[in-house]
Design a protein around this ligand. Structure first.
Ligand SMILES: [Zn+2]
Length: 124
C-alpha cells in the first residue's frame, strides 16, 4: 500500500477537508488551521504559516490525543483554487444565459484572469 493511498484514506476517514494535486495533498494545519501540504510519496507534511511539520504518524497521534483539535480541524475548509475556478466558470455560464452585454464583458475579463492563474496553478 502506498503512502499516498494511506494518507488519502486518513483524511477521508477522519473527515478532514483536503484536496490532492499531485504530488501534494493540501489540508488544514493541525496547529494553526492554515493550509499545510503533505508530500504524498512519503507522507511528510509542513505548514508554511506556522512552520509546523511532521509525518502522517505524528499527525495521527496528534489528532488521537487531542480530540478538541480534531473537531476544530474537521470544520475547517481548505481552499481549493482549481475547484473554485470551476465553480466560478459554471456560475458565469448560468449568468450569461440572461443575455446581458455587461455580464458578457465581465465574464470575458474574469475568464482571462482565471485562465492566467489556471496556467500558473498547473505549475511545472
Ligand atoms: Zn500551521
Amino acid at each position: 500500500m502506498s503512502a499516498e493511498y494511506v494518507a488519502l484514506s486518513f483524511f477521508k476517514t477522519n473527515r478532514i477537508d483536503y484536496y490532492f494535486k499531485k504530488p501534494y495533498i493540501y489540508f488544514p494545519c493541525p496547529h494553526c488551521c492554515e493550509e499545510a501540504k503533505m508530500f504524498a510519496e512519503n507522507a511528510t507534511w509542513e505548514c508554511m504559516e506556522c512552520n509546523g511539520k511532521g509525518t502522517l504518524i505524528t499527525l495521527m497521534e496528534l489528532l488521537n490525543k487531542k480530540k478538541k483539535e480534531q473537531k476544530i480541524l474537521q470544520n475547517v475548509k481548505v481552499y481549493n483554487p482549481t475547484k473554485e475556478i470551476q465553480q466560478i466558470r459554471l456560475m458565469f455560464s448560468k449568468l450569461k444565459k440572461q443575455d446581458s452585454a455587461e455580464i458578457d464583458r465581465l465574464y470575458q475579463k474574469v475568464d482571462e484572469l482565471l485562465s492566467y492563474f489556471d496556467e500558473k496553478l498547473k505549475g511545472p
